[in-house]
Design a protein around this ligand. Structure first.
Ligand SMILES: [Zn+2]
Length: 58
């Protein structure tokens, strides 16, 4: 679970694991693609150094 701001509706909300669609590794960490409650697909960019423990477990 993590908090992120949706780029479509601008709402900051908690994102739960059942909203996550994919996890892609990048050079600096990973991108988490998830579906917001408004229906938009959004991406959360995570820097490995800044990654909270909850994100690493996801
Ligand atoms: Zn949204």
């Amino acid at each position: 679970m993590f908090a992120n701001v949706c780029t479509r509706c601008g709402t900051q909300e908690l994102v739960f694991t059942d909203q996550i669609r994919s996890l892609r590794k990048t050079a600096h960490g990973f991108d988490v693609r998830y579906v917001c409650s408004c229906g938009a697909t959004a991406t959360w960019h995570v820097d490995r150094a800044d990654a909270p423990a909850a994100a690493q477990a996801a």
